[in-house]
Design a binder for this molecule. Structure first.
Ligand code: SAH
Length: 381
């Protein structure tokens, strides 16, 4: 590969793009290959993708066999880190791709059930070995391959959800922060539980009070966590299926002050403003507005607009918990968009906390894509 790619590897980033690969040799799709620069110097070992724009994903800075022992070692290191950083739950991310030096592989644990995603040709070819490692490490009851994610089509891989080990139990429930939550491993959006928000749920619960509004509640993550501190929580989502799970979760935890509402959050916020409704706490956790770099400007307008609508509904002293899970939107950009919204709303806003994804979704300093979730806790002064 060329000098640009060599520089990229030296800067600590694992991706090498197709335009920087000079000679593919006789590599076949999904091979673990030796990577050398134009002078023939070894740069390490990578998984090769035959059609993706990301042709190589570095696995190691040495020449190494990528076999069961290699995968087990990396997975065990990832799990060891979780033993240090995960508390109060049986549901967490065991492996987070590039951030655990396992590019293309995501593994989530829900008690004795596991979900894996193989997102490039290399990891996909290793599926059977990965399953063996996971069985050895966790002796699980079930492993599901949730490979129904769009990025796989860029690798020429089929979109599918498959049981790869064990059998699907009737009902899967896990504890998180003292709540019993239902998990839909086969059908839920991202399994219905947002593991990356786990620590932010607790933060929101610490600040929440009075009448609360949780927009984009999905299966009720923020709403259920805040319920004990609040008079009432209105929890809104456009997905009836997600709200059904939220209802089951509320009942399972004896929570009766969360009111679930199927609606478009943008319209609902405008309607509440027109009706003069006010809240003490508002959570905004929309889906990623920017799925690509070219969508960033539009996304920032979206964040500004929704935060403006939220801020208008808050009473003085009110709390706004506002999130963005687009990695293309850096924290500074989100802060700027919300600052503009606060000016538009004629509100002075104080920053209480600047938060990110839970610690089981590690962030690598030299791989900016691993830092994707921003969660700001703000207060109207
Ligand atoms: N806060 C949730 C996760 C939100 S994911 C949690 O912590 O569990 C984003 C959610 O936004 C999805 O559930 C999706 O159904 C919902 N959604 C997308 N567009 C919407 C809209 N215009 N109005 C309301 N909900 C919407």
């Amino acid at each position: 590969m060329n000098r640009k790619a060599a520089g990229r590897v030296a800067s600590g980033h694992p991706w090498i793009f197709s335009s920087d690969v000079v000679d593919r040799g006789d590599a076949t799709p999904g091979d673990a290959v030796r990577v050398v620069d134009q002078g023939g110097r070894l740069l390490g070992t990578a998984h090769y993708s035959s059609i993706s724009l990301i042709t190589l994903r570095m696995l190691s800075r040495r020449a190494q066999a990528v076999d069961n022992a290699f995968l087990l070692d990396r997975l065990q290191a990832a799990e060891d880190h979780r033993r240090l950083v995960v508390q109060g739950t049986g549901a967490y991310r065991v492996a987070f791709g590039e951030a655990d030096q396992l590019p293309g592989l995501v593994v989530d644990r829900y008690g004795d059930c596991l979900v894996m995603q193989t997102l490039d040709q290399g990891m996909d070819r290793q599926s059977a070995a990965i399953v063996e490692c996971l069985v050895e490490m966790f002796a699980p009851r079930l492993i599901v391959a949730r490979n129904d994610v769009a990025v796989r089509s860029r690798e020429g891989l089929p979109l599918e959800t498959r049981v790869v080990y064990g059998q699907v139990p009737e009902d899967i429930r896990v504890m998180m922060n003292g709540l019993r939550l239902q998990v839909d491993l086969m059908g839920g959006q991202k399994t219905g539980i947002f593991l990356d928000q786990r620590e932010n749920y607790l933060a929101a619960a610490r600040w929440a009070r009075g009448k609360a509004l949780d927009c984009f509640t999905c299966t009720g993550g923020f709403a259920l966590h805040m319920a004990a501190q609040c008079e009432t929580v209105e929890a809104v989502d456009s997905s009836a299926a997600a709200l059904q799970t939220a209802r089951t979760n509320a009942e399972a935890n004896g929570i009766s002050n969360v009111h679930l509402l199927e609606a478009n959050a943008f319209d609902l916020l405008a309607g509440h403003a027109a009706a003069g409704r006010r809240f003490q706490t508002i959570v905004l956790d929309p889906p990623a507005f920017a799925k690509s770099r070219s969508a960033v400007d539009g996304a920032l307008r979206g964040y500004r607009e929704i935060n403006l609508r939220g801020l208008k509904l808050l009473e003085p002293g009110g709390i706004l918990v506002t999130c963005s899970c687009s990695h293309h939107v850096a924290e500074a950009m989100l802060l700027e968009a919300v600052a503009q919204a606060s000016l538009d709303a004629n509100r002075t806003v104080r920053v209480l906390e600047r938060r990110t994804q839970a610690l089981d979704h590690p962030i690598l300093l030299t791989v900016p894509e691993t830092h994707y979730l921003k969660c700001l806790v703000l207060q109207v002064v």
